[in-house]
Design a protein around this ligand. Structure first.
Ligand code: PRP
Length: 207
């Protein structure tokens, strides 16, 4: 039996749809219940539902063989997991945003983000020294109330930025969801994992 860590939230529905397209028979309770462990005996699979940032932790520790994680999380976390497949779902990008026309504070520029590693690497590469302020969500709030000059966050439709009067200033990286695997589990269960990869890969080009 393979254990797969699934990210709760916006990626979840697309990931379930992709598995169903690959002909995995997932019961209705999958998208309806609040259970956090769902076993699908017929498919020899067990799913655990975790916060997106925690999926890599479950896979790294080997309690899940596989996981579905956004490239944003993989860039931020840099964990000991292999990336097997770009699932090409939940497409979005990481960007720098701020209030239109607002300059960076020259003495102590501040950047608010849920992605402190991605943000500090990016600004270092730009040769800009900034203070990173870590937030857990609603990042767009930070420039509105004067906590930061810039934010680094995910942009999907661009609606959150627009409705809060912010503009995208720089694009950092494209993001899609990836299938990740625990390296030891990959060595042990290579056959079963390769079959899963093949079935998913076969439905990706249709999308
Ligand atoms: C994400 C991201 C942006 C928003 C972007 O937040 O942090 O706030 O979605 O989407 P959009 O471009 O389609 O508006 P999420 O809803 O995941 O919640 P969070 O604020 O708790 O991070």
């Amino acid at each position: 039996m393979l254990t797969i860590a699934m990210p709760k939230g916006r990626i979840f529905e697309e990931a379930v749809e992709l598995l169903r397209q690959a002909d995995y028979q997932l019961p209705p309770e999958f998208t309806e219940s609040r259970k956090l462990v769902i076993e699908v005996a017929e498919e020899q699979m067990r799913f655990i539902l975790a916060k997106p940032m925690d999926v890599v932790t479950y896979v790294e520790h080997g309690v899940a063989d596989l996981g579905i994680a956004g490239k944003d999380v993989l860039m931020e976390e840099e964990r000991d997991v292999y990336e097997l497949l770009d699932l090409q779902i939940s497409r979005c990008h990481l960007a720098v945003a701020g209030l239109p026309g607002a300059k960076m504070n020259e003495i102590a520029p501040r950047v608010a983000t849920k992605y402190p590693n991605v943000a500090s690497t990016y600004f270092r590469e730009q040769g800009e020294q900034v203070e990173i302020i870590r937030l857990n969500g609603s990042i767009e709030l930070a420039p509105l109330i004067g906590l930061a000059d810039r934010i680094v966050d995910i942009v999907s439709t661009g609606r959150t930025l627009k409705e809060n009067g912010l503009v995208e200033l720089e694009r950092i990286a494209e993001v899609t969801s990836r299938l990740i695997v625990n390296p030891a589990s990959y060595r042990l269960n290579g056959g079963a994992i390769e079959r899963l990869v093949d079935r998913l890969a076969a439905v990706i080009p249709e999308r």
